[in-house]
Design a protein around this ligand. Structure first.
Ligand code: ATP
Ligand code: MG
Length: 580
């Protein structure tokens, strides 16, 4: 491709509204163009990168034995009603009515495709002889995200590879799952991403039933904990904390329980400032409603309650923070002053609450707190109401080996999940076994955000000058930069290289613009094509070209004669680094 003939609008300045490097660089390097919040055009270079990632994904899906099909984005709302997901998705599901003749048709744009694919299988598969099968597609998904942001990392319309496995037993599901897991590892390695598979919410099958594939990045919206010692890794919702539950012992604090004035001061931060105590010295009392009943949950002031852990500890199907009205009713005080003393609802406590002596707590009275509160003396929590109820954090003990956990931000690029029979049950996808007995098909689902592969690569591979593409997903592999295109000899040499490299199967971008070398070098760094080849008049006189990897500082000389095989060889060696 010739630069002058494609649409590659590079930008010098950081565009307004772009907050993180991948968003800024994808706009500045002319890969994408915003149409509205959450919707982008892929410009020619961006599309090439996207297609390369897509090709790797497809290749590995095929290799793992999955079969490709293509389902419509347009779906009947009735399918989503059958699985209860009209409500579950809520506002995220983009739905609308259209007129057809004298009928009104209610439609939804698929945010994912479990319903469509399960309905298909319900109609087309009936015997164990047709199973196992894993079906996949690479297709546009629609989600009315509350907050589309960070460029193509979170958009309302995005390209997903979604695969669905159908099996006759849990053992067979495990085998299908393991194949997809292995394919994901190969995909992200081939795309040049440093990824971390983490344990995620397990759902109905329980156990080791879900993993997210994360790319650690400071600007990632997800949080994961990782143990460098034993490689335990889990997302924050799921991460356990090491150290067994402790028994309740009265902390014989010398301080008496004392009510103090804290006028208009409710938050941990404000109270700790006013009373000059550390947040570790304080206890937060959170009022939840679990399956309709209010409960109090205590965590240390510097800790965050983990709703998943609380829900599981309580054995509740539904858990949500109580609304202000409920809080006021339960605590007899305005929001911000809840405390465990004198509460008449069940109280649960995180394990770390047990070791806080002389705690500062809310007094269930407007503008009042207690100091000197001690568990076992001033308020009570039954031993079986004490559990790991908080988010893990930096420095907590690993649940597997006891070493320190590290908390990191990350981008979720993929997700594998053992679904069980949730969708096959509600959509009647059943098979007959060899005894003519009917069972629900056992399913798994497996998603990859193809756009996020690109954004995560840029987010984790750039410098102050621009993008540093991993070779396998770079829009082009080689950038030819003739320094003076009005010089016949320079232009001729560049054209010849362009033809020969292209004929050798290499993706080449020729910067044939009549621009100053400074402009070309700046754009080359910004766009980040892995191998830059500079063709200059002086070099040609000496029979030399200058080649430079984007990730390196210094160029090296290559004789013009033999340049093509040399470049081909350099690229082959580089490509080999991404072999799984
Ligand atoms: P998130 O938690 O980031 O909203 P999710 O867990 O809802 O994502 P899944 O339903 O697991 O997403 O979808 C599979 C994959 O699709 C995700 O791992 C992610 O890579 C990608 N993806 C999901 N939502 C978006 C989005 N709004 N924009 C771009 N990619 C997305
Ligand atoms: Mg997910």
């Amino acid at each position: 491709m010739r630069w002058s003939q494609t649409l590659l609008p590079t930008m010098k300045e950081s565009p307004e509204g772009a907050e993180i490097p991948s968003h800024v660089l994808m706009l500045r390097a002319g890969l994408i163009n915003q149409v509205m919040a959450g919707a982008y055009t892929y410009l020619p270079l961006g599309l090439r990168a996207l297609r390369k990632a897509e090709r790797i994904v497809r290749d590995e899906m095929d290799r793992a034995g999955a079969v490709e099909l293509l389902m419509p984005a347009l779906t009947p709302i009735s399918l989503w009603a059958r699985t209860g997901r009209v409500d579950a998705f809520g506002n995220v599901l983009i739905q609308f009515k259209v007129k057809r003749q004298n009928r009104e048709v209610h439609l939804a744009l698929g945010p994912t495709h479990e319903e469509v694919v399960t309905d298909l299988v319900a109609h087309q598969v009936s015997s164990y002889r047709q199973l196992p099968i894993t079906l996949y597609q690479i297709q546009t998904k629609f989600r009315n995200e509350e907050r589309p942001r960070f460029g193509v990392l979170r958009t309302s319309e995005f390209l997903m590879k979604d695969a669905y496995s159908f099996d006759t037993s849990v053992e067979a599901l495990n085998a299908s799952y393991d194949k997809m897991y292995a394919a994901y590892c190969r995909i992200f390695t081939r795309c040049g991403l440093k990824y971390l598979p983490v344990e995620a919410e397990s759902g109905p099958i329980g156990g080791d039933a879900s993993h997210e594939f994360m790319v650690v990045a400071d600007n990632g919206e997800d949080s994961v904990v990782h143990c460098a010692a034993c490689s335990y890794a889990a997302n924050l919702e799921r991460a356990e904390i090491g150290g067994g539950p402790q028994s309740i012992t009265l902390v014989a604090g010398p301080a008496p329980l004392t009510k103090v004035d804290t006028p208009k001061v409710g938050s941990i931060e404000q109270v700790s400032k006013l009373l000059k105590c550390s947040p570790q010295q304080m206890l937060k009392t959170l009022i939840y409603v679990a399956d309709g009943n209010p409960v109090a949950v205590l965590v240390r002031g510097d800790h965050e309650a983990n709703e998943g852990k609380v829900r599981r500890a309580l054995g509740a199907a539904k858990l949500e923070l109580a609304d202000p009205e409920t809080i006021e009713k339960v605590t007899q005080a305005p929001v911000g002053f809840a405390g465990p003393v004198g509460l008449s609802i069940p109280i649960w406590a995180d394990r770390d609450v047990l070791v806080v002596a002389n705690a500062v707590i809310g007094a269930n009275e407007a503008d009042k707190h207690y100091t000197g509160a001690n568990i076992g003396r001033d308020f009570h929590v039954p031993a079986d109401h004490v559990a790991d109820l908080r988010n893990a954090g930096d420095g907590d003990a690993c649940p597997r080996c006891g070493q320190e956990l590290a908390l990191r931000h990350a981008i979720e690029v993929g997700h594998v999940f053992k679904l069980g029979t949730k969708y096959s049950d509600s959509l009647a996808a059943r098979f007959l076994d060899d005894q003519e007995q009917q069972h629900s098909i056992i399913m798994g689902c497996y998603g990859i955000g193809v756009n996020r592969i690109i954004a995560a690569a840029v987010e984790t591979s750039h410098d102050e000058l621009g993008i540093v593409w991993p070779l396998p997903i770079a829009p082009y592999e080689v950038l030819l930069a003739p320094l003076n295109v009005t010089d016949e000899e320079v232009r001729g040499a560049a054209e010849k290289l362009y033809d020969e490299l292209t004929a050798a199967g290499i993706d080449v971008l020729l910067d044939d613009r009549d621009q100053r070398p400074g402009v070309k070098f700046k754009d080359a760094d910004l766009v980040g094509i892995p191998l830059r080849v500079v063709i200059g008049g002086r070099g040609l006189k000496e029979g030399q070209l200058e080649v430079k990897w984007r990730r390196e500082k210094e160029p090296s000389n290559v004789p013009v004669a033999g340049a093509v095989p040399k470049i081909v060889e350099m690229l082959a060696a580089e490509r080999a680094k991404y072999a799984p």
